[in-house]
Design a protein around this ligand. Sequence first.
Ligand SMILES: CC(C)(COP(=O)(O)OP(=O)(O)OC[C@H]1O[C@@H](n2cnc3c(N)ncnc32)[C@H](O)[C@@H]1OP(=O)(O)O)[C@@H](O)C(=O)NCCC(=O)NCCS
Length: 160
Amino acid sequence: MAVVTTPAPDSDAPPPTVREAVKADLLAVYRIEKASFPQPWPFAAFQRYVGEPAFLVAEVGAGVAGYIVADSVPNHGRPLGHVKDLAVHPDQRGQGVGSTLLQRALGVMRAQNAAEVKLEVRESNETARRLYESFGFEHRRTVPRYYDDGENALVMIADL
Ligand SMILES: CC(C)(COP(=O)(O)OP(=O)(O)OC[C@H]1O[C@@H](n2cnc3c(N)ncnc32)[C@H](O)[C@@H]1OP(=O)(O)O)[C@@H](O)C(=O)NCCC(=O)NCCS
């Protein structure tokens, strides 16, 4: 007798597996970067962060679905965390991958004793802004024409 299996709908998708990025992930990471940003980071920028505890990838099934690059730097006392890059493959968005990555990276920075985390986001990027606000990030200041195309950046900060 044939066994019929029904693919699970997206809402029942298993949670992504999150782990530290390794060199073998970089091509997949770079492809997602190029599909996600008008000014993508160069490949070499990702190579520099391999080994950084808050450079994480999320896997859904066998493939890399998204990544986050974050770190903590000394800042007159307790370190300051910085989310530098976050993206999810266009086909995998809206399923919790981005929030899972952000949550895990914030946990790494908390373990590094960071007191605050900052990030820059395009003023027009309402999806990302909403995601960050849901994690307690607040808009602190605006950097005019931060991006090459002249768009402003919002600097957002969260307490850890
Ligand atoms: C921003 C990004 C990383 C979010 O990743 P994601 O996996 O889709 O996010 P999640 O599924 O975890 O959703 C998290 C929250 O984002 C917001 N969000 C996600 N998709 C959204 C959509 N289509 N419209 C509006 N808000 C959306 C919601 O607040 C959502 O929370 P909710 O599910 O409780 O409503 C992803 O959209 C992306 O890669 N965008 C392009 C790159 C980018 O802009 N990166 C951020 C640079 S600062």
